[in-house]
Design a protein around this ligand. Structure first.
Ligand SMILES: Nc1nc2c(c(=O)[nH]1)N[C@H]1C(S)=C(S)[C@@H](COP(=O)(O)OP(=O)(O)OC[C@H]3O[C@@H](n4cnc5c(=O)[nH]c(N)nc54)[C@H](O)[C@@H]3O)O[C@H]1N2
Ligand SMILES: Nc1nc2c(c(=O)[nH]1)N[C@H]1C(S)=C(S)[C@@H](COP(=O)(O)OP(=O)(O)OC[C@H]3O[C@@H](n4cnc5c(=O)[nH]c(N)nc54)[C@H](O)[C@@H]3O)O[C@H]1N2
Ligand code: SF4
Ligand SMILES: [Mo]
Length: 745
């Protein structure tokens, strides 16, 4: 779709974003020169407001806002920041366009049409909240609190999520950040080193960096990218394992063009090589590791040759990688990854990364994995009640966990299956808050069925996205630029340079507009309606932030005086703690019936005529949430499908040809895109950016732009240890001029 900034829309956004200034040019009294109104001195005072924290993605860079006459005209990195500094990314910069997007939700809406095909009627907050509470109460009275499901994501979703979990008492909460993103990583590292790893590997000081499927440069988190670039500038060798020539592969010393889904085999062979050739850090292993013998025995069959065949990578290259890692140990950043929900065999791969880090002795050393923890602040929210495990879908009749290494919440698929079967109990209420389950969770049609059978669906969002089309009541939230919420803490982005920590609270940069309300207002009103008034922990979001800051001995006033960020001395991040323990072999995992030594579980390969569908990030968008942002849309309006050049030639496809996609289960893309013909992808895979192809007609910029990858991800894989989703198990063909084209091997 072309960039459709219509005249009406342009005038709307211009009038909102470009400040209410007289359009006539201004003649300066001093110089006699004609100046543009925006530069006219004295006519408009510009103020810089500190205290912003970005949430165009979840890295939460610190901002200052430039404001004129109460309107925000520009966002910049907070120069006081020791994290992102004065830098922000394209998405952070475009936050202004979200703030003033004329398509944004403005008033509470009631769906007087059908779910999925809504007809919206504007209603008052009173009416909306009364309807939410009566209908949620109806579900709770009939089915119990467990009849409510919650699909939350982002900083404002925590407060309502805690209310439903801790006070109302439902376990049925599925957070996107856990079950479709990084949950597997966190629990696999917990099972190996006792800690969730985060991403703060000490890349600036690394002599080698290993990225397995992380594509930094397209995946943008400002301070993380800074650390990575600093490492490369300092001469770190870069190894990138990716079936695609990603932005990081383009900077790599070694690009391992791996067969999708086989990474664990690759890692096992490297570890086996290090063990067999005594190229691992024996002192570190002696001091800190458990179960080395079982581990070594368990991986011994993984010769380089065996992995080469499995991964479709030259044996010499695997050996080269192993040698390079050993030669630079312990100063190696083995990146733990972030979006690791790939195939449904991912817990074992994440365990492998944690074990490899140990073999290299690369914990708590310069250039290795170093915990980048910020200072402690409070976590005031709804009081925790223990509701037992009786209605927890993750526990079986014997009170054993079905998915023993599940991240917090309940695995999405357990919630959906219960909702669809009514077993072990019905799930009839749904609260969607800052998540887009239609485009975030695989099995889109299944998700729609789940939502259809609900008695009541409420959704709190800022934009009319595809998920909001399934709501009965749709509530408009203030954006991250207009509210108090999250307290961001962290360390100096390059902690070897300066050992500092920071605390930054999100404060509004601008007054809210229209009838938008924040999370505390909405949740408290619902809590009151449901009879929990006495348990309300705070009256306003500002009070919540104030109380959480108080735990660190700070106040909002002090934070403002300090330019929005409090900086203090940090702790030395290096040096292995005495009680640190790495469980190379973990018998608990084995007791649960899973491999206690990292193990490769092969995945299905594409049938003849099909290629595997892969997806990932683009630098200028965040998932689906930024798709209607006019500036970002202009930068990348569609998501071309990458296809190997030799394959394309055999298929008669040219770069830029318009195509649709169809998967092996018969699901067809609703829209089309173009092909990107490139040698930078394997022949057995195609690739596209995630988040495109919105169908909500109220998104005047994003609607029908590009193809929704999720509409093609219909084979649902669930990681057996964690219950998190794997999403790269679908195989597709292309459709051109209504003809379905086989993709040759
Ligand atoms: N196919 C596929 N699926 C994926 C991924 C993928 O790469 N491919 N990535 C996975 C990963 S890593 C993640 S983290 C998840 C992300 O999953 P989501 O967080 O669900 O993704 P978004 O598209 O950002 O949708 C978030 C919703 O929050 C709304 N929103 C934005 N700001 C606010 C706010 O301030 N308040 C409220 N109430 N709502 C707000 C947006 O308008 C949008 O409707 O997706 C996962 N799913
Ligand atoms: N610009 C931007 N930056 C973001 C986000 C965003 O939406 N936009 N989202 C943020 C969030 S929440 C997350 S979780 C991260 C996600 O960022 P990453 O953790 O880097 O995850 P993806 O974007 O899913 O990674 C996709 C990469 O994995 C490769 N790949 C696919 N299959 C395989 C395989 O089998 N093996 C290997 N080795 N590689 C494979 C793809 O070719 C692609 O290069 O990005 C964060 N940063
Ligand atoms: S990385 Fe970009 S979008 Fe994410 S928080 Fe920072 S500035 Fe915002
Ligand atoms: Mo994510």
């Amino acid at each position: 779709m072309a960039f459709n900034l219509t005249r009406r829309r342009f005038l709307q956004s211009a009038s909102l974003a470009a400040v209410s200034v007289p359009l006539a040019k201004v003649v300066s009294a001093e110089t006699g020169l004609v100046e543009s109104p925006l530069e006219a001195k004295g006519s408009l005072k510009e103020e810089t407001v500190p205290g912003g924290v970005c949430e165009m993605c979840f890295w939460r860079c610190q901002l200052v806002g430039k404001r004129r006459e109460g309107r925000l005209i520009k966002l910049e990195g907070n120069p006081k920041s020791i994290d992102n500094g004065s830098q922000i990314c394209a998405r952070g910069n475009a936050g202004i366009q979200l703030l003033y997007d004329p398509d944004r939700l403005k008033y509470p809406l009631k769906n007087v049409g059908e779910r999925g095909n809504p007809v919206w009627k504007r209603i008052s907050w009173d009416e909306a909240l009364t309807e939410c509470t009566t209908r949620l109460k109806g579900v709770i009275d009939k089915y119990g609190p467990q009849g409510i499901s919650v699909f939350p994501h982002g900083s404002t979703a925590k407060y309502p999520m805690h209310f439903f979990e801790r006070t109302v008492g439902t376990h049925n909460v599925s957070e996107a950040s856990f079950f479709q993103c990084r949950g597997i990583r966190d629990t696999a590292y917990l099972a190996t080193i006792g800690k969730a790893p985060g991403e703060k590997v000490d890349m600036p000081n690394a002599k080698a960096i290993l990225l397995v499927g992380s594509h930094i440069g397209e995946n943008i988190h400002v301070s993380h990218v800074k650390a990575y670039i600093q490492g490369l500038q300092n001469g770190a060798k870069l190894i990138v394992v990716d079936p695609r020539y990603s932005a990081s592969a383009a900077k790599a010393d070694i690009w391992v063009k791996i067969k999708p889904g086989t990474d664990t085999a690759f890692l096992l062979a490297i570890m086996n090589y290090l063990v067999q050739n005594k190229k691992f850090d024996a002192d570190f292993i002696d001091n800190y590791a458990d179960g080395f013998d079982e581990f070594a025995a368990g991986i011994k069959d993984w010769t380089i040759e065996k992995a080469a065949a499995e991964c479709d990578v030259p044996a010499a290259q695997i050996k080269e990688v192993a040698e390079l890692l050993a030669a630079n140990a312990p100063h190696v950043s083995v990146h733990p990854g972030r979006h690791v929900s790939w195939y449904g065999n991912d817990f074992q791969r994440q365990r492998s990364l944690a074990c490899l880090t140990a073999l290299l002795g690369a914990y708590y050393v310069k250039g290795g994995w170093v915990p980048g923890k910020g200072p402690k602040v409070g976590g005031i929210s709804w009081a925790k009640h223990d509701h037992g495990v009786e209605h927890n879908l993750n526990y079986d009749e014997d009170e054993e966990r079905r998915y023993p290494y599940s991240p917090p919440g309940t695995p999405t698929e357990l919630i959906r299956d219960a909702a669809l079967t009514g077993k072990p109990y019905p799930i009839k209420g749904c609260v969607i808050w800052g998540q887009n389950p239609i485009q975030t969770i695989p099995g889109q049609e299944k998700m729609k069925e789940v939502l259809k059978q609900m008695d009541f669906v409420m959704c709190v969002d800022v934009m009319p996205t595809d998920a909001t089309m399934w709501a009965d009541i749709l509530l408009p939230e203030v954006s991250y630029l207009e509210r108090y919420d999250h307290i961001q803490t962290g360390t100096q982005w390059d902690f070897s340079e300066k050992n500092q920590q920071y605390i930054a609270a999100r404060m509004p940069l601008v007054e809210p507009m229209f009838e938008r309300k924040d999370q505390v207002f909405i949740t408290n009103a619902i809590a009151t309606g449901l009879g929990h008034k006495e348990e309300i922990p705070v009256q306003t979001a500002e009070e919540m932030v104030e109380k959480n800051l108080a735990v660190a001995g700070l106040s909002l006033k002090q934070l403002r005086e300090e330019g929005g960020i409090h900086i203090q001395e940090g702790k030395d991040p290096y040096g292995v703690p005495e009680d640190f323990e790495v469980r190379l072999y973990n018998e608990d995992i084995e007791d649960y019936g899973f491999p206690g030594v990292p193990t490769y579980i092969p995945v299905e390969q594409p049938p003849a005529g099909y290629a595997r569908l892969l997806y990932g990030r683009v630098p200028v968008h965040t998932f689906n949430r930024s798709q209607n942002n006019a500036w970002l849309h202009q930068a990348m309006p569609s998501n071309p499908v990458w296809i190997n050049d030799e394959t394309a030639k055999k298929m008669g496809l040219k770069d830029g040809d318009t195509v649709g996609l169809i998967n092996s289960e018969g699901f067809k893309s609703r829209t089309t895109t173009t092909v990107k013909v490139t040698p930078g992808i394997r022949k057995d895979a195609v690739y596209m950016a995630h988040g495109y192809g919105s169908t909500n007609p109220l998104l005047s910029v994003a609607v029908n732009s590009g193809v929704d990858d999720q509409s093609l991800i219909t084979k649902i894989a669930v990681d057996p240890e964690t219950g998190a989703h794997g999403m790269r198990n679908n195989f597709v063909k292309l459709i051109k001029d209504d003809k379905v084209l086989d993709i040759p091997a």
